[in-house]
Ligand binder design. Structure first.
Ligand SMILES: [Zn+2]
Length: 248
């Protein structure tokens, strides 16, 4: 298995390449569809329909926007936490969705990215409704970890064999520093951070970070600067989406 990173519209996307199929981590922005198509065809020399599964780590438009478009065009299946579609349901959900799409666009403008489509679907309708610790369909070497905190339904995915953790927006990196993302709905203290030496999680009351911390303790320390599949912990350019090697 080989991990590729793609410099997406808002976040970095990751494609796990297997002999038979591709796994997309995670759902991207609507504006990322062209990038994903181009990468599969030109770089991997494979049809886009090889993306058998996309995970949607949470409903924010930069993580859920491309996957439904890929499903429609190429039959890509979507795996997400089982209650994910409650997030933007109802009138307040409708409003929040518009607000989040707008905020995603502001992030893109701030980073001087050429403006592209960011308005995602409000309902994802996953093909696979996942629970904590379940293996991913088709890719049993990855396991889902339920990590609420950034939203109520975040998931991370962990590959035990490769010692790789993809944690979506549960922890983000901005200009070389590691933070909790905004919003963090379960935060009691405004403090977090991985220690700069990459050794441990420092104090936080955020459930998702606590859970990741506990998880990492069970399996070894988190290494901020390790490499995935022979490369480094991949980090996005602006917000979200860290890949960690777990050093045992
Ligand atoms: Zn997010």
């Amino acid at each position: 298995m080989k991990i590729h990173s793609l410099n997406g519209y808002i976040n970095t996307l990751f494609i796990a390449e297997y002999e038979d199929y591709l796994l997309l981590l995670d759902g991207g922005s609507p504006a990322d569809v062209d990038l994903i198509e181009k990468f599969c065809i030109e770089e991997l020399n494979r049809p886009v329909s090889n993306i058998k599964l996309a995970i949607v780590s949470h409903m924010h438009p930069d993580h859920s926007g491309a996957a439904p478009i890929l499903r429609k065009k190429y039959g890509t299946r979507i795996a997400a936490y089982k209650n994910i579609d409650e997030w933007y349901s109802g009138p307040t959900g409708w409003f929040q969705h518009k607000l989040d799409c707008l905020m995603a666009q502001i992030v893109a403008v701030k980073h001087k990215t050429k403006i592209r489509k960011v308005f995602s679907k409000r309902i994802t309708g996953p093909d696979y409704l996942m629970s904590d610790m379940e293996p991913l369909p088709f890719f049993n070497d990855w396991r889902v970890i339920y990590t609420p905190g950034h939203t109520s339904h975040d998931i991370a995915v962990f590959n035990e064999e490769e010692k790789i953790l993809y944690c979506g927006d549960s922890i983000i990196e901005v200009r070389g520093r590691v933070y909790l993302p905004l919003p963090v709905i379960f935060r009691k203290k405004n403090e977090t951070l991985l220690q700069e030496d990459g050794g441990a999680w420092s104090g936080t009351d955020t459930y998702s970070a606590r859970q990741l911390h506990r998880f990492s303790r069970q399996r070894g320390d988190l290494c901020k600067d390790g490499k995935t599949s022979g490369g480094a912990a991949e980090q996005d350019k602006a917000q979200g989406s860290l890949f960690f090697n777990l050093v045992t």
